[in-house]
Every structure is written in C-alpha cells, then in structure tokens.
Design a binder for this molecule. Structure first.
Ligand code: PHE
Length: 477
C-alpha cells in the first residue's frame, strides 16, 4: 500500500471529485451531443441515468476506493481477496485503465482547441468577428494537423507534469477559486445570451421532449455522457476515493458532485443554445459547437476579449483538473505494481495516450473519411473511440454496481457506507437491480443497431459471460 496517505481535509475529496467531474464533458461534449440528438429527449435520459444510476454507482465506486486504499487495479485485487470472491472482478480495474487511456487520448486534443481559443481571445484576434469568420477560423484549425498536434502535446505535457510531480494533490486551493469563477463567467455568458440571443428557443429545445425523437444510438450516447460527465465507471473516482477521509459522508458527497456537475452542464447548455438560436446557427453541427458559438458572444460583448480570455483559461483549468484524474489511476497502478517512480509511470501512460491522440487529430482532416475505421465501423477513429468510451464506462459502472451489491460481504459494505439501514437498503436495491437493469436495457437496445457494432458487442457479452462463469466456479470450489 505504498504511499497512500489520506487527504487531511474532509472536503478535499469533494473538491477533487468536482474537479474531475466538471470539465470538457460539461462545456463541450454535453452541448454538442444534446444538439446532435435533438435536445430534450437526450437530456431526459441523461438526467435519469445520472440520478437513478449514476449517484448510486458513484457511491459504490468511491467506497471501493476508500475501503481498499489502493489504485483501482490493485484495490480490486485486494478486495477480491479480503472478501473471498472471484479474482475475475479485477477486470473492473483493467477495463477502467483502458477507458482512462482512450478518454485521455481525445480529451487532450479537444483541450488543445481551448488552448488555441485562449490565445485568439487574449490577442484580441476575434474582436468584432462575425459568425462566418469565426466558423471559418475553426475549420482552419481542424484542417491543420500540425497545429492541433502542437496544442495536444502542450496540454498533455502540462497535465503530466502536475501528476508526475505529485502536486495534483495540492491544487485544491486553485480549484477552490477556479471552479466558482468558471461558474460565474458561465452565468455572465448566459445573461448575454438572454439579452442578445434567444433563451426561449433554447429552453424549449432543451426541456421539451418527445422520447420517440431519440435514436437508439442517442440512448447509448445519453447514458455514456452521464457516466463521462461524472468521471464514473473507469477508476478515476476509485483512485480519488483511496485518498478520501473515512469521516466524510459517501452519500452526501456523491449527491453534491452530481448536482454541481449537472448545474454546470445546464447553464453551459442554456447559454450556448441561446446563442445558437439567436444567431440562427446549426444545433447539430457536432464537436465544434462550443468553439463556434462562444467566441461569437465574446467577439461582440464589451470587454469580450478579456472575458473570453479568462473564460478559456478557466476552461483549461477545468480540463486539466479532469485530465489529471485520467492519468492518476493508471500511474498509481504502475507505481504500486512495478515499483516505478511517479515520473516514470506518468511518462508511460501519457506517451501512449499522446500517440493514440494523433488518431483523433487526423480524424478531423487527413483521415476524415475513407479509413479502415470508416469501412469497419462507419465512422472516424475519433468517433469510434468516443463510441467505445460510451460502452466501456457504463459497462465498468455496471460491473462496479454488481460487485458492490452482490459480491462484497454486505455487513462490511454497510459499515463502510455508515448510513442507517433504510438508506443502505435503498442504495443496495439501486446498485443490485436498478443500475444493472438500466445499463443492460440500453445496451441490449442500442448495441445491435449500431453500424459495425457486432464485434464490440460480442466482446462485451463475452466479458460479462466470463464474469458470470468465474463467479460460479469460484463459489463451487
Ligand atoms: N468528467 C470529465 C468531464 O466531464 C471527463 C472525465 C471522464 C474525467 C472520466 C475523468 C474520468 O470533462
């Protein structure tokens, strides 16, 4: 259990978890996926999975980290031993490491776009620009693999430096200022959107729904997004849970994280879509949505270059506090398992994710069409990686729910949760039945429909089958 000291303040886990949860997922991915999937129905599924499935699993995952006090993979191994259950559950840790690696690879590229816009804002290059100019500028960024690679490299190297030097545990004071500041600027943009955009159209787009409008893949994306935005089902929360004080309340903390995270996404969504409808832009324009609409507001707003510059710096801060939580679980594992130094462990993870990130870079230009990925999966490499994370994270969450609800010794779990019996039973019902049923439901509906999906879905079924089998084997010996 090398070097796993506990955070001294009760509230530090909350701050770190909010830092991990709030990021590009809220500001960039949520609005763009909502726009692509027609609005309200997507949000309904997203919100339902956050509250009925996400929060209970968030509690479970934090608990796994806190009881084991180790990195996810080693922690899972430890728990399977102490609770005398199948070693196969350790795959939760491995699946999580795979997710962390995939997410980090594209996360850093998108954060690189924010770096580009920080620069454009602070140099005042976009002051007074119109929609056509701004969207042409974004297209020019996408058309330049070199520039995108440069930003990607800078961002990932900076994140690596923070985790490698071990100062990620000390950035609480930064987060304490940055998170509220980000929220305040979002409100400013929203107010601008209310005055100059069309907030009524935005609200009706976001909050009225016809569930039949949501495509089957939209269901998977909505569920995937709810896990993505909570950093759930892939070990980040478990890794942070390992440092959580035993006194802090798991339930209250999880609920707080989910509320803050959802609030940020909603404000960002309202602000962005007010601008979209106000300026007559396309809702389903894809990953560029945030980077085309927000600069438009900053181009026109008084002191827009300054406000926009500060905004994008805060976006970068939120992205860094998320990306360090993607590096941490894998790095902590390498340190514990192979006795590496922190810098060595971080370098391995980050170099691999950096290289993988080049696939995302070229997905927007030289490999935008006609690749193997298009032939096999009907989509670009970036889109395929996103799709994989939409499966891996809920799958990880499903396994965590089953593990916590069924495989662990329940008396121990109840002690660790530290709640009264009614709440414990409610939580256990949610992780035993509701979470697994909801995730399986979406998987079973969506996956067979997705183009090129046969292979991955078979893979997922195989993993689940292997678990079930090994559980039985274990019990019968
Ligand atoms: N939750 C982060 C965001 O919304 C992304 C993330 C996913 C971070 C998984 C860590 C783990 O930006």
């Amino acid at each position: 259990m090398s070097g796993h000291n506990v955070w001294t303040h009760k509230g530090t886990f909350l701050l770190a978890a909010v830092g991990s949860a709030v990021g590009l997922g809220n500001l960039w991915r949520f609005p763009y996926l909502t726009g692509e999937n027609g609005g309200g129905a997507f949000i309904l599924i997203y919100a339902l999975t956050i509250f009925a499935v996400g929060i209970p699993i968030l509690i479970a995952e934090t608990m796994l980290g806190r009881t084991s006090r180790q990195s996810p993979i080693m922690g899972m191994r430890h728990l399977t031993k102490t609770h005398k259950t199948s070693r196969a559950w350790e795959s939760i840790g491995w699946l999580g490491a795979a997710s962390a690696f995939l997410i980090l690879s594209f996360y850093s590229v998108i954060a690189g776009w924010a770096l580009h816009y920080t620069w454009l804002m602070l140099t005042g290059s976009l002051v007074g620009a119109d929609a056509a100019t701004i969207s042409a500028g974004f297209d020019a960024l996408l058309a330049s693999p070199g520039l995108m690679t440069l930003y990607h490299t800078l961002f990932i190297a900076f994140s690596a430096l923070i985790v490698g030097m071990g100062i990620h545990k000390g950035i609480e004071s930064g987060l304490r200022i940055m998170m509220p500041a980000l929220f305040v600027i979002l409100i400013v943009v929203l107010i601008y959107g209310v005055i100059n955009g069309d907030v009524r159209a935005a609200a009706s787009f976001l909050f009225t729904f016809n569930i039949a409008d949501l495509s089957l893949e939209g269901w998977l994306q909505a569920m995937g997004q709810s896990f993505f935005t909570l950093s759930l089902g892939m070990g980040a929360i478990m890794a942070y849970g390992a440092y959580m004080s035993s006194e802090a309340s798991l339930t209250r903390t999880a609920i707080a994280v989910a509320f803050v995270d959802t609030a940020v996404a909603m404000v960002a969504g309202l602000a962005i879509f007010s601008l979209v409808f106000g300026a007559g832009l396309e809702t389903g324009q894809g990953p560029g949505l945030m980077f085309v609409t927000l600069p438009l507001a900053f181009a026109d707003m008084p002191f827009g270059a300054l406000v926009g510059g500060v905004f994008f710096i805060l976006v970068l801060g939120a992205a860094v506090s998320s990306s360090i939580s993607l590096i941490e679980p894998v790095a902590a594992f390498l340190v514990e398992r192979f006795d590496m130094t922190r810098p060595q462990a971080v370098t391995i993870m980050v170099v691999a994710a950096w290289a993988m990130g080049l696939l995302t870079v070229v997905s927007f230009n030289v490999w935008a069409e006609g690749t193997i990925s298009h032939a096999l999966f009907g989509r670009s490499a970036f889109e395929f990686i996103e799709l994989l994370t939409n499966i891996f994270m809920p799958l990880g969450g499903l396994l965590i729910a089953l593990f916590a609800g069924w495989a662990l010794t329940q008396s121990e779990v109840m002690k660790e949760l530290g709640t009264n019996i009614t709440w414990f039973k409610t939580w256990r019902f949610l992780v035993r039945f509701v979470g697994p049923a909801a995730v399986s439901f979406v998987f079973l509906r969506t996956i067979p429909q997705v183009e090129g999906y046969v292979i991955p879905s078979l893979g997922a079924l195989l993993i689940v089958g292997a678990f079930a089998l090994s559980q039985r084997l274990r019990k019968s010996t």
